[in-house]
Design a protein. Structure first.
Length: 357
């Protein structure tokens, strides 16, 4: 079965796409974003997948790719078009190349015009295509910088994308209106720049008169993406805060394992957010923990020090995850959830105060 996830970066309105083979447990990620690398890595791990490759559809001008960072963290191979001019990739793609994940693959199609190195990626059964910035939903990528060419883009879309089956779903690299997916038949008929009977001359005239401002991040993004997102300071590859071995979750918070807390409990503030009567009985509570019910945490957050990391605890990890949100709003930076809560703590036979049958 195909695993498919569409992911979004709100800062740049970028879509990233995870495709996986559920039998082989292998996956690829198209157009990752640097700031979302922790999120994407968490999703890959939570789904039990191995990320074998990242694919950049082109050298982006509005965000920095997460390809280098994910390669460092997960061992994935960086793929980009050979025409991109980028350095530091593991694989330079040519027209028709396949990028495999398990028994599935995407085929690379050169679709220059937005940039010289633009590529679209078509799933093996032609049911889905990922068009980067070449073709957007009811629009297309601009053609006024990075060797852009309206004539090249017109030929790319007509010859490489609109020739796909009409029911092939199209997934763009961006959307600024919240739209998520289109189809070849829709865009052939309704794309106001490229659909219907619009000629190459019509399209070029339209694109040559857009007069758009340059992307805000272009001066930082393009140089970084020319080296596949590798930062000048490689310490940015570190996977999280340094105060403990933490794991970032796809839900958006850090978790810490019970065994570390049991061994290093004096280094942190342990806050149990259950109700008082829950802290006695079979589960008990973590030795040295402070009991502040979740409903009172916002009002009592001042009882905690912001100079010492906080570990939040509840029965199974749900309320303590919400406690992280409350503490973050109160200005606490170093906060982590006890993975699995007291249920996992006791399952690992760690000591608990007040525990009784």
């Amino acid at each position: 079965m195909l695993i498919f996830r569409q992911l979004f970066d709100p800062q740049s309105s970028t879509y990233s796409y995870l495709l996986g083979d559920s039998a082989a447990h292998e996956a690829i990620l198209i157009d990752p974003v640097f700031e979302q690398a922790a999120r994407d890595a968490a999703l890959v791990m939570e789904l039990g997948l191995t990320l074998v490759a990242t694919l950049d559809s082109h050298v982006h001008a509005d965000h920095v790719t997460g390809s280098w960072l994910l390669a460092r963290r997960l061992g994935s191979k960086i793929n980009i078009s050979s025409a991109s001019g980028a350095e530091g990739a593991d694989v330079y793609l040519e027209e028709g190349d396949h990028v495999d994940f398990g028994k599935r693959y995407v085929a690379a199609r050169a679709t220059p015009g937005h940039t010289d190195g633009c590529m679209s990626f078509v799933l093996d059964d032609e049911s889905m295509a990922f068009t980067g910035d070449a073709l957007l939903i009811r629009g297309c990528g601009r053609t006024d910088f990075q060797q852009g060419s309206a004539h090249s883009l017109y030929q790319s879309i007509k010859g490489k994308v609109f020739c796909l089956p009409g029911d092939c779903l199209l997934y763009p690299g961006h959307d600024y209106r919240g739209l998520t997916v289109s189809s070849v038949a829709e865009e052939r008929a309704h794309n106001p720049r490229l659909g219907g009977d619009i000629s190459e001359t019509d399209f070029a005239g339209y694109m040559d008169n857009l007069n758009l401002p340059h992307p805000k991040q272009i001066d930082a993004a393009v140089p970084a993406n020319m080296v596949c997102g590798r930062p000048a300071d490689e310490s940015l590859a570190e996977s999280g805060p340094g105060w403990a071995p933490l794991t970032f979750t796809f839900a958006g918070f850090w978790e810490i394992e019970p065994a570390w807390v049991e061994e290093h409990g004096t280094r942190v503030q342990i806050v149990d957010v259950r109700e008082p009567d829950e802290c006695v009985g079979p589960l008990g509570r973590v030795p040295g923990s402070v009991q502040i019910p979740l409903g009172a945490l916002e009002a009592r957050a001042g009882e905690l020090s912001k100079d010492k990391p906080v570990v939040t605890v509840c029965r199974a990890g749900a309320r303590s995850a919400q406690a992280i949100v409350i503490l973050k709003k109160a200005g606490f930076e170093d906060v982590a959830n006890l993975a699995g809560g007291m249920l996992r703590w006791r399952a690992q036979q760690l000591p608990a105060d007040g525990a009784r049958d």
